[in-house]
Design a protein around this ligand. Structure first.
Ligand SMILES: [Zn+2]
Length: 132
């Protein structure tokens, strides 16, 4: 699956976003190593701190279904808004796939990509006990 195809899945997921407070719908599509795609959208709550990003929504869904092998993730927001994953989502992705390939749209609408290793310089990593 290409980055463009994965982004199309993220855009489809964005249409299901529940974002009445921010009015900033975000969609994500998590590509598993087995080829399956898990969609996610942001889900907000009147108690703002309970809201969750699209990326973490997709990760929770995958893990709850026993899927732990992630290959790539695409994230998209409204046209004209860049949507790289936030710091919290980067840390959550690192837990399962430290080298995952991340696609997002920049503010001009172009698809850009990067490895999580480049997006999250100093992750909290208790499993690997690295000295980063
Ligand atoms: Zn996030």
């Amino acid at each position: 699956m290409t980055g463009r195809e994965l982004m199309r899945e993220a855009e489809r997921a964005r249409r299901r976003a529940y974002a009445p407070y921010s009015t900033f719908p975000v969609g994500a599509a998590l590509l598993l190593r087995n080829g399956r795609v898990i969609p996610g959208c942001n889900v907000e709550n009147a108690s703002y701190g309970l809201s969750v990003c699209a990326e973490r929504n997709a990760v929770w869904k995958a893990v709850s279904e026993g899927e732990l092998e992630f290959a790539a993730i695409a994230v998209t927001a409204r046209e004209g808004h860049g949507a790289p994953p936030c710091g919290s989502c980067r840390q959550v992705l690192h837990e399962f796939a430290p080298r995952i390939l991340v696609y997002w749209r920049n503010a001009r609408g172009r698809i850009v990509k990067g490895r999580l290793t480049a997006l999250l310089a100093k992750p909290c990593d208790l499993k690997r006990r690295t000295t980063r």
